[in-house]
Design a protein around this ligand. Structure first.
Ligand code: UDP
Length: 371
């Protein structure tokens, strides 16, 4: 008999497991995959830590979270500066003076602002969707070349049907600053995320390739409480209908060259290129192995976005009105499940970043301990 059965060995589950174990609870972590670390899982190929479920760049403004993760890994000084490729034209991201200079030839912040002001006039009143929000932030030219195609590929929906908040994730700056995130702290754990999660789970019982729905009534898995980090609709057997998710598929290639694109991430922002971005994993760690030697080969991943269907891995909740309303109904059911806590990107149907997931897990354990 366990105090806690934790379903899912991703960040939310691992943080809860660590904290509850340290508080003296008996914990079992299960995961239906054959590995820990959920979607932050990394795997070493030719000395390169490959982000198997897409690029993960740790960034946060939350000192508590930053201090917390330092306990389990050393972070390098990687700064995310993706490049946008629009039909062969290269632009700096996020939207900053380098981007504006390339787009319009403007040189000063004042000139850039004047261009944006002129173009944002077409939006009257509060932006009602992502398209209006984007144009009102950076104008139509940038929207057409750097936002529209990418967003439609990523979400499989028109920008006019998507919530405005998604694009607010991206900073807009009138300075020459290609740092994608507005974060005080940023980096990649040296040795990969799998090692970080392994350290979090040190000394804790973990069983992989275990499907919660198959074992939940088995005596050997019984626990006082369950922390469930899988999709909330799956937990309730889709009784109110299915929530929509976006999934991502990767085409990985090992290339016998040292440098494919000169950057960790290149976004393909036109509508025709079938993938949204190409990740070249070695650049998350400056192209070096653990001993500081240059790596002779490279691994790239082309990222294809698709609508989730049963059997796929869910990656992104689709937080449009329809899905948000359905989630609310599931949440009401969830609140009545006294024994089960729902958490994480899938359990809460929320577009969480890694630091937010960790903060949510730490808060949840604080909550539990205070009641
Ligand atoms: N985005 C965009 N063009 C880009 C990169 C991002 O329009 O080149 C927008 C797009 O709407 C996307 C959102 O910003 O859905 C967040 O994208 P990002 O790639 O940062 O999200 P991630 O997939 O990394 O969570």
């Amino acid at each position: 008999m366990y105090d806690y059965l934790i379903v899912g060995a991703g960040l939310y589950g691992a943080v809860c497991a660590r904290e509850l174990t340290d508080a003296g609870k008996k914990v079992l972590v299960i995961d239906k995959r054959d590995h820990i670390a959920g979607n932050v899982y990394t795997e070493k190929v030719e000395g390169i830590n490959v982000h198997k479920y897409g690029a993960h760049i740790f960034h946060t403004n939350d000192k508590r979270v930053w201090d917390y993760v330092q306990r389990f890994a050393t972070f390098n000084r990687f700064t995310n500066s993706p490049v946008a490729n629009y039909k062969g034209e290269l632009y700096s991201l996020p939207f900053n003076m380098y981007t504006f200079n390339k787009m319009w030839g403007v040189v000063t912040p004042e000139e850039a602002l004047a261009k944006i002001e002129e173009q944002r006039k077409e939006i009257k009143g509060e932006p009602r969707n992502l398209e209006e929000q984007a144009i009102s932030l950076v104008g139509r030219d940038i929207y057409e070349k750097l936002i529209k195609g990418y967003t439609q590929k990523q979400w499989g929906r028109e920008c006019s049907e998507l919530p405005a908040f998604i694009i607010k994730r991206l900073p807009v700056r009138l300075t020459f600053d290609n740092n994608y995130f507005n974060a005080l702290y940023q980096g990649i754990p040296v040795g990969g995320y799998t090692k970080l999660v392994e350290r979090m789970l040190e000394g804790i019982e973990v069983r992989t390739e275990v499907d919660y729905f198959k074992i939940k009534d088995e005596e050997s898995f019984s626990a006082d409480k369950v922390i469930y980090t899988g999709p909330i609709d799956a937990y309730f057997d889709y009784s109110l209908g299915t929530l929509e998710y976006r999934s991502v598929k990767f085409e990985n290639e090992l290339l016998d060259i040292p440098n494919y694109q000169g950057n960790a991430a290149v976004n393909y922002t036109d509508a025709q290129t079938p993938y949204t971005r190409i990740i070249e994993h070695k650049w998350f760690e400056f192209g070096k192995d653990e001993d500081g030697n240059d790596l002779p080969k490279t691994v790239i991943s082309k990222e294809y976005s698709s609508e989730w269907k049963p059997g796929d891995d869910p990656y992104y909740p689709v937080n449009d009105d329809k899905n948000s309303a359905l989630y609310k109904q599931y949440k009401e059911l969830a609140d009545k499940e006294g024994k089960v806590i729902f958490g994480g990107r899938l359990g809460e149907y929320k577009y969480y970043d890694m630091d937010q997931v960790i903060a949510a897990a730490l808060n949840k354990v604080d909550d539990i301990s205070n009641h």
